[in-house]
Design a protein around this ligand. Structure first.
Ligand code: PLP
Length: 443
């Protein structure tokens, strides 16, 4: 996979081509009918986007941290809570049956988003972080030993690094890190060198949350498999922007979060091949995940329930399912096309600003822009932009080793989503000009 448009598991199905009818919550018209991208109609579905911040229209450019939720998701969660709430799986009464159906229906729509025909391959978690921890604990403790290798990269989010450090502490396995080029891509020659160590697993981000780099995950997976390693892809920054094609990527594990793809917080998913899930021991023990419990010992439920101990975040999962359906109805190609337009425009505009240093590649990237601006501290930049209603993020973005790699402690990061407008790029650039003025010019 190289460019976003190629990366989308494009169906070419826009809202107008889908069967009509369906859930009354979905609301009429999502803004992508008949191949049109009606930005105003799309934005109207996100109530928060019409609010003001500090007397200015909100320009929400912090989507890599968390995206906003459309009415469809908010309404679906509310309907679940108002009309359908009960605990799932265990009850025989009507509400429990409805809650269970809503929960399992969400699993089907999240499975469709991930690109698997088997919903049992979707384990609901608290998010990408917990999905990686699940694999590191369950699969790692069972199948990784002292001296085994795990290959990561220097651009991993802490979520796809610290769980492996903890595994290394427990087992004595060795962690190896693929280098990142000055241009912000993975050094695949270095990767090949590390594969000579015959690691047990390669765990790599699909899209860098700091650099925006779209990694060639298919190639990475193929090379890893050829070297005998399993593969985990951190899809937190990819799943919001494209329909994931786990079969096409060929990976063994894929992790993603609801709250970065128009869904609620505190929920996400691990996709894994069913045979792997079947042979992995439980991650946590408790209710829901057992088949039988005796004082002498217990046996486990089938996958995926074996990995979902305790009462899950039912309303969150229901919202997650609706978010996945919402993205599918907007259409992956339409989403990618608008985001590509924003990306090119932002790249050009930011590239013209003297003293602004943009990290990450020009090609093969998403609309996530990390930058420094002269010697203005990223936190100061963020504060000044906030005064104009522009929400960006400043800091290490849970990428401290990557920041070390570039010899910096922080960047400012503006990250776009399909509901952002070209005017918000203007607002960002105007805000940066104002910051330069406040600081008396750019050093
Ligand atoms: N991986 C990447 C690439 C991310 O960008 C993030 C969050 O920013 C995570 C993992 C962690 O996601 P969550 O906090 O939803 O578990």
């Amino acid at each position: 996979m190289t460019e976003m448009t190629e990366a989308t598991r494009a169906t070419g199905v826009l809202a107008s081509n889908r069967p009509s009818g369906g859930d009354a919550d979905t609301g009429a018209g999502d803004g992508a009918e008949a191949g049109r991208w009606d930005l105003e109609a799309i934005r109207a579905q996100f109530p928060i986007l019409s609010r003001e911040v500090n007397g200015h229209p909100l320009a929400y450019l912090d989507n890599a941290a968390s995206s906003q939720q459309p009415l469809r998701v908010l309404n679906r969660v509310e309907r679940y809570l108002r009309e359908q709430h009960a605990n799932v799986h265990r009850g025989v009464h009507q509400l429990s049956a409805e809650a269970t159906e809503a929960y399992e229906d969400a699993r089907r729509s999240v499975a469709a988003h991930a690109g698997t025909a088997d919903p049992a391959e979707i384990v609901f978690t608290r998010g990408t972080t917990e999905a990686v921890n699940l694999v590191a604990s369950s699969w790692g403790d069972a199948f990784v030993g002292a001296g085994d290798g795990i290959v990561l990269t220097k651009m991993e989010h802490h979520s796809n690094l610290v769980p492996w450090q903890l595994l290394a502490d427990r087992t004595g396995c060795d962690l190896h890190f693929v280098d990142v080029t000055p241009g912000g891509t993975l050094d695949l020659d270095d990767f090949d060198r590390l594969l000579e160590k015959r690691p047990r697993l390669v765990a790599c981000t699909h899209v860098s949350n700091s650099l925006g780099t779209l990694n060639p995950v298919r190639e990475i997976v193929d090379r890893a498999h050829a070297a005998g390693a399993l593969t985990l892809i951190d899809g937190a920054q990819a799943a919001p922007h494209m329909l994931t094609d786990v079969a096409g990527i060929g990976c063994d594990f894929y992790a993603f979060s609801s709250h970065k793809m128009c869904g609620p917080t505190g929920v996400g998913a691990l996709w894994a091949r069913r045979e792997l899930l079947a042979e992995m021991p439980p991650y946590q023990g408790g209710g829901e995940m057992i088949s039988e419990v005796r004082l002498e010992g217990s046996s486990w439920a089938q996958v995926p329930h074996k990995f979902e101990a305790g009462t899950p975040n039912i309303s969150g999962v229901v919202g997650f399912g609706e978010a996945a359906r919402f993205l599918a109805d907007l259409g992956p190609e339409a989403i990618a096309s608008h985001e590509n337009t924003l990306k090119s425009a932002a790249l050009n505009r930011l590239g013209e600003i003297e003293g602004l240093h943009l990290y990450g590649p020009r090609e093969g990237r998403t609309a996530v822009f990390s930058f420094t601006y002269g010697d203005i501290h990223p936190h100061d930049l963020s504060t000044i932009l906030d005064q104009r209603g522009i929400a960006i993020r400043a800091g290490h973005h849970c990428n401290q080793p990557l920041m070390d790699h570039y010899g910096i402690s922080a960047t400012a990061r503006a990250s776009f989503y399909f509901y952002n407008s070209p005017e918000e790029i203007d607002a960002l650039c105007d805000g940066l000009a104002m910051a330069a003025e406040v600081f008396g010019g750019i050093a």
